[in-house]
Design a protein around this ligand. Structure first.
Ligand code: PMM
Length: 299
């Protein structure tokens, strides 16, 4: 099967697709304990098949990760993470996909870039591994820097803020400064408020409501809301109070996709690519219509 992601490429110096709309990043979790897909993609073959299917459904980028960031998850060894992600990165890249590697480890990032990955998605924003920022400065490839306050095991204890938007913005600015000081070119950096990472549901909603402030940081913004537990709590069963299960959160995820795309975010990281791929196209088309109606207002 031939991957379709390159069809959108229009001369971006970093080789990333640049359609006139928000990009869709499809999630390929190569972990036994992913909360959102039940680890179904654990075997490399299944992960590659899943990645190719996401591209067919309209993913611009596929994000391959070998470490679960679920609260309380145990970290795999470096060797285990490499064993999980490298064959998948290699095969999807060889098929023409634009592959991102979701890792906090410089060694995994470096090996994945050698295997064909075109961007690095680091949920720790360079905090988990001191070798990451220097690596990305040498690599000169796009780097997603997410807001993070520590590994999953004790993460939710850190969900304490004076003002979540101001604090997350301040902490992201420090990470951007560190990345630039390490020599990462400014146009290689994207930022992410890190929904669900040391955040309560209310924190996540506040951050989503202020995406414009994140865009004002001057870097493309990525949002990862897909199937996260704050959607599960919002949609809890009215009788039992039980959170909506992860597999039944895709319509809510699509709603977030529309609202975030309407704000002009750069990229949405999602599990159910088909619905968000449609959503970003509708939102972009709607934008054109809105601009036209401003030029020729009724009356
Ligand atoms: N969320 C998860 C994993 N990687 N990367 C970025 N940049 N932003 C996110 O919000 C993010 C991420 C956890 O979600 P999953 O376990 O469902 O993949």
């Amino acid at each position: 099967m031939t991957a379709t992601a390159t069809a959108h490429t229009t001369g971006d110096p970093l080789g990333l697709p640049r359609p006139a709309r928000t990009l869709v990043m499809g999630v390929v979790n190569v972990t036994p304990d992913s909360f959102s897909d039940g680890g179904l993609s654990f075997a490399a073959d299944a992960a590659v098949t899943h990645g190719l299917a996401l591209l067919e459904q309209g993913a611009d980028i596929v994000d391959v990760g070998g470490e679960s960031t679920r609260p309380g998850a145990v970290r795999p060894s470096v060797e285990e993470e490499l064993r999980r992600v490298l064959p998948v990165v290699r095969e999807l890249s060889a098929a023409g996909a634009i592959v991102s590697v979701d890792t906090m480890r410089a060694e995994v990032a470096a090996r994945a870039l050698d295997a064909g990955a075109r961007l690095v998605n680091d949920v720790s924003g360079g905090l988990a591994d001191p070798a990451m920022l220097p690596l990305m400065a040498r690599a000169g490839t796009p780097y997603v820097l997410m807001h993070w306050r520590g590994h999953s095991a004790g993460m939710q204890a850190n969900a304490v803020y004076d003002d979540v938007v101001t604090d997350v913005l301040d902490e992201l600015r420090l990470r951007i400064d560190a990345a630039l000081e390490a020599g990462i070119p400014p146009d290689c950096l994207a930022v992410d408020p890190g929904l669900g990472f040391a955040k309560t549901p209310d924190h996540n909603w506040e951050l989503l409501g202020r995406l414009g402030d994140f865009m004002a940081l001057g870097h493309p913004v990525l949002v990862g809301a897909s199937r996260k537990s704050f959607l599960g709590s919002l949609l809890a069963d009215r009788t039992t109070g039980q959170p909506r299960p992860a597999r039944l959160r895709d319509a809510a995820t699509t709603a977030v996709s529309v609202l975030a795309a309407a704000q002009g975010v750069w990229c949405l990281r999602v599990h159910d690519v088909a619905s968000t791929a449609d959503a970003v196209r509708v939102t972009a088309r709607w934008g054109v219509e809105a601009a036209a109606s401003e030029r020729w207002p009724l009356g």
